[in-house]
Write a protein that binds this ligand. Structure first.
Ligand SMILES: NC(=O)c1ccc[n+]([C@@H]2O[C@H](COP(=O)([O-])OP(=O)(O)OC[C@H]3O[C@@H](n4cnc5c(N)ncnc54)[C@H](OP(=O)(O)O)[C@@H]3O)[C@@H](O)[C@H]2O)c1
Length: 198
C-alpha cells in the first residue's frame, strides 16, 4: 500500500512509520521534516501536497497540536491554535484527500485522551478532540468508494515525559499499543471508530 504519514517525525509518528515501512510504500510529511513538506494549518499547502503526491491508499495523521493553559487565560486567539492546527489541519487533510484517495482506502486521524478524560489546562485540546471524533463519525457514513475513516485516541504515551506533569494519576500507555492502534485502523476493516489506547 502507498501510505502517507503526516507527522512521521513526531513522538508517535516515527514509531508508526517504522512499523509499516517494511511492508508498504511510506511517504512521510511534516512542516520541517519528511519526504514532503506541508503546513496543515494552511489549506492551500494541503491542496498542493495532494496535487504533488497524486493517488494513495491510506493516510495516517500523527500531527496536531493545541494550546495548553488555564481556562481563565483562554481567549479567542489562543483557542484558535488548536482549531487551526489539530482540528482543521486534520479535517482538511480528509476534505482535500478524499479527492485523491484510491477506492477502499482509509484515513486515520489522531484524537486524544483529554476528550473523554480531561485534565487541567487542556480545554482547547479537549474541544478539538471532540470535534475530530464527531467529524470521523459523520464522514464515515458519507465517504465514497468504500473509503474508511477512523481515529486513534492515545492516553499520554510513555515516550512523552514532557506531558506527564499535566496528567497526574494517568498511567502512561505503551508506545507499541499506540502503534498497533494505528495499524488496526489502516489494515483492519473498521470505519467510524475511535480506537482508545488507555
Ligand atoms: N504524545 C502523546 O502522549 C499524545 C497523547 C494523546 C494524543 N496525542 C496526539 O497524537 C498526535 C501526535 O502526537 P505526538 O506527541 O507524536 O506529536 P509530536 O511529537 O509533536 O509530533 C508532531 C508531528 O507533526 C509534525 N507537524 C507539526 N506541525 C505541523 C504542521 N503545521 N504541518 C505539518 N506537520 C506538522 C511534526 O513534524 P515537523 O516538525 O516537521 O512539522 C511532527 O512530525 C497529536 O495529535 C497529539 O495531540 C499524543
Amino acid at each position: 500500500m502507498k501510505i502517507i504519514i503526516i507527522g512521521a517525525s513526531g513522538t508517535i509518528g516515527k514509531h508508526v512509520a517504522l512499523a509499516l515501512k517494511h511492508s508498504h510504500e511510506i511517504l512521510t510529511a511534516g512542516s520541517k521534516s519528511g519526504d514532503y513538506r506541508l503546513d496543515v494549518r494552511k489549506p492551500g499547502s494541503i491542496k498542493s501536497f495532494f496535487e504533488n503526491i497524486g493517488s494513495f491508499d491510506a493516510l495516517i495523521s500523527t500531527t496536531g497540536s493545541g494550546h495548553f493553559g488555564p481556562l481563565s487565560t483562554l481567549n479567542d486567539a489562543n483557542f484558535r491554535i488548536g482549531i487551526d492546527n489539530k482540528m482543521m489541519g486534520q479535517i482538511n487533510l480528509v476534505l482535500e484527500g478524499q479527492h485523491f484517495i484510491n477506492p477502499n482506502g482509509s484515513f486515520t486521524l489522531s484524537s486524544g485522551v483529554v476528550f473523554d478524560d480531561p485534565v487541567l489546562q487542556a480545554a482547547n485540546l479537549s474541544a478539538v478532540n471532540g470535534a475530530i471524533e464527531g467529524f470521523i463519525a459523520a464522514a464515515a457514513i458519507e465517504l465514497a468508494n468504500g473509503v474508511r475513516i477512523n481515529g486513534v485516541s492515545p492516553g499520554v504515551v510513555e515516550d512523552a515525559g514532557h506531558f506527564f506533569p499535566f496528567f497526574p494519576g494517568h498511567i502512561p500507555v505503551k508506545m507499541e499499543s499506540v502503534v498497533q492502534a494505528y495499524i488496526k485502523c489502516v489494515l483492519g476493516a473498521a470505519t467510524g471508530k475511535i480506537v482508545k489506547v488507555r
